[in-house]
Ligand binder design. Structure first.
Ligand code: F6R
Length: 642
């Protein structure tokens, strides 16, 4: 939590509050919005809210709806202005912001339609300028925006003001950045379907609001939050221009705060309590920062980088270097399931039992390959009983073209006699073709089933590349996913009971899972929270005492050497095999957004990510491997360490 007077904050040019969860932030902000509405209405005024779309505000809108339903909060005297809209999408298009706002908020509260304002994405090009001017005039006529809610894109955009937008820009048509379009590719089932243009309020329009709150969740935002808050404001990072606003706050969760100096390298900005984890972080950071192997650091290096007190407390450098070198060395193992018959005092996994029951959870098919394909292959090769539990079917991420060609294949294959199968394949095909003309159509159950089957086939092909028996895969198809759409997922009791049943059946010694630090609306984060609830429920069961939970992360966000409790090296051949396995996920090629590279395919992103991690271990002076996959041990707050 934030101490606003702290020295750490001096580096921060925007008031930034870090909270443990997005839900908590949204409860606090919704309450503030309710108070603002009451205050404005009590004085006889309308309350004017500037609203955002995207994953970020979904929880805020849920909480506002709750306040309306349960606590009588009325929006009758509220006027809203949305930040932006894609150009060229009809209101009914599943990804139009008009539809989003109505589904997520407007349809559930008593806000009169006449008081809703959204940029018109369908306005003809020749009329766009006037339409934008009228939008600005409407904001002025309403008395200006009292409170503007913002999200932030990975380019640092606010609204759709991409890098290069000027600080005095106003509502206008803009071209979307390549990274923004890649980030949206999933929602639109392919980058090619993402509109190239949008209408957005300008930075000047946003800055004219009386108060601004920017929200950000999840590890993907950490890299842009830190410079927006700490660097000199510049037009190449639009969110940093908010520093000039007198009433702006960033409300973020811990994952989005990870790159702030006070979180990442706190010893540089305040005196710290030198816990073992922090010492490892600081010494490793120093070595990587100075590009000097751990064993070559000397006292001056420590003293010159905010660690003089560490030297006094736990030094000299020689001792610290050796300690951290050994600690890091002990995390590296080629035996992710434990090495049978070996002394395991300094190994990340215990030797007993020699053959473990392991569950690898994949929120969507391919996550397990991307995050831990090399480790998965080793676990199987080393004789552990591995179950790969695919939590969602992943059917939402299958492009229509893939399903159409699958339907064609079925039609060609079954021949005239199998009338029922033909009819099904035809229905799916026709529906998908109709979707081309009417994008508002959502996939029906049959279509989703076909798409899910495609992903199952790919998952099985990938497992085969790694030599994992087909029977190891369980496709759980959690109901929250089958019912839902992106951003609208809500897990429930049924999801929980599926996971509880699996855990109780297998009674694993090891669980591998990802998603802990992702955007809470993402499939991975929803899956993680269901699993965390399930694990909390089994805590009293005897097998649980002998179960370890390992967190893996996806390419581009791998654990750093100082965060990792287990690092599993890969040879060039093993890395190649992993890439081949990822390659089997044919429907997903080019779909996963990379950090910045325009055309990096998923398998090559995974390769470079694992290679980069190995390079860091090498730079620390440890052995030089081709590639490494890293894992952190998850110890739930209340859970006693086994
Ligand atoms: C949405 C908007 C954008 C989003 C940003 C983050 O109206 O203006 O700036 O806030 O792209 O998107 P999410 O929340 O989906 O990560």
């Amino acid at each position: 939590m934030t101490d606003h007077k702290s020295e750490a904050e001096q580096r921060e040019r925007i008031q930034t509050e870090v909270h443990p969860s997005a839900d908590l932030v949204c409860r606090i902000l919704a309450k503030q919005i309710a108070d603002l509405i009451h205050t404005r209405n009590a004085k006889g005024n309308f309350c004017v809210l500037g609203l955002a779309t995207g994953s970020t505000p979904v929880r805020l809108y849920r909480e506002l709806i709750r306040l309306h339903r349960e606590e009588g909060l009325s929006f009758a005297r509220v006027i809203t202005f949305n930040l932006d809209e894609y150009c060229g999408l009809s209101r009914e298009h599943p990804e139009s912001y008009w539809r989003f706002m109505h589904e997520q908020l407007f349809n559930h509260i008593d806000l009169p339609a006449a008081q809703i304002n959204m940029p018109d994405g369908l306005v003809p090009r020749g009329e766009a300028f006037d339409s934008c001017r009228i939008y600005e005039e409407k904001i002025l006529a309403a008395g200006g925006i009292d409170l503007q809610v913002l999200g932030i894109g990975r380019t640092g955009h606010i609204g759709f003001n991409e890098p290069g937008s000027t600080r005095d820009s106003r509502t206008r048509v803009v071209t979307l950045d390549g990274l923004t379009r890649r980030d949206a590719a999933r929602d639109f089932l392919g980058e090619a379907n993402v509109p190239r243009h949008a209408i957005t309020m300008g930075i000047g329009t946003i800055m004219a609001a009386r108060e601004i709150v920017l929200l950000a969740w999840g590890e993907a935002k950490a890299g842009v939050i830190a410079p927006a808050v700490e660097d000199v404001p510049r037009e190449s990072l639009p969110a940093s221009l908010l520093q000039a606003h007198p009433q702006v706050r960033f409300l973020i969760d811990e994952a989005a705060a990870a790159e702030l100096t006070r979180v990442k390298t706190p010893w540089l900005v305040r005196s710290v309590d030198w816990t073992p984890a922090l010492v490892r972080r600081a010494v490793t950071w120093l070595s990587l920062e100075l590009k000097r192997p751990l064993l070559k650091l000397v006292d001056e290096h420590y003293a010159e980088h905010g660690m003089a007190d560490l030297l006094v407390e736990q030094g000299p450098a020689y001792d610290l270097n050796i300690r951290i070198f050994n600690e890091t060395q002990h995390t590296i193992t080629g035996w992710p399931g434990g090495k049978p018959d070996a002394d395991d005092t300094h190994r990340p996994e215990r030797a007993q039992p020699p053959q473990k029951r392991v569950i690898v959870f994949a929120p969507e098919p391919s996550d397990e390959m991307l995050g831990m394909g090399g480790t998965l292959a080793r676990l199987v090769a080393q004789g552990h009983a591995v179950t790969i539990a695919y939590l969602s079917s992943g059917n939402l991420a299958v492009p229509d073209e893939e399903a159409i060609s699958a339907a064609d294949l079925i039609l060609g294959f079954v021949g005239e006699l199998d009338a029922a199968t033909r009819a099904r394949a035809r229905r799916v095909r026709e529906r998908l073709c109709a979707k081309r003309a009417n994008l508002a159509l959502a996939d029906d159950a049959e279509t989703r089933q076909l798409k899910a089957l495609l992903r199952r086939g790919e998952a099985q092909a990938a497992l085969q590349v790694l030599g994992v028996p087909a029977a190891s895969a369980r496709f759980l198809d959690l109901p929250f996913y089958e019912r839902g759409r992106y951003r609208q997922f809500e897990a429930g009791e049924k999801d929980l009971s599926v996971l509880l049943a699996l855990l109780r059946e297998i009674k694993p010694h090891q669980v591998f899972v990802t998603g802990a630090a992702q955007d809470p609306s993402s499939v991975a984060a929803v899956c993680f929270s269901v699993l965390a609830t399930a694990l909390a429920e089994v805590q009293k069961e005897p097998w649980w005492r002998d179960c370890r939970v390992w967190l893996y992360r996806l390419p581009g966000k791998t654990w750093s050497p100082y965060e990792s409790d287990m690092a599993v090296p890969m040879s060039p051949d093993q890395l190649h095999q992993k890439a081949q396995a990822i390659y089997q996920h044919k429907t997903q090629r080019s779909q996963m957004p990379g950090p910045s590279q325009a055309s990096q395919e998923v398998w090559s992103l995974a390769e470079s990510s694992n290679r980069e991690l190995a390079r860091q271990y090498d730079a620390l002076g440890l052995a030089e491997y081709e590639a490494i996959e890293a894992f952190a041990r998850w110890v739930e707050r209340e859970r006693p360490r086994t």
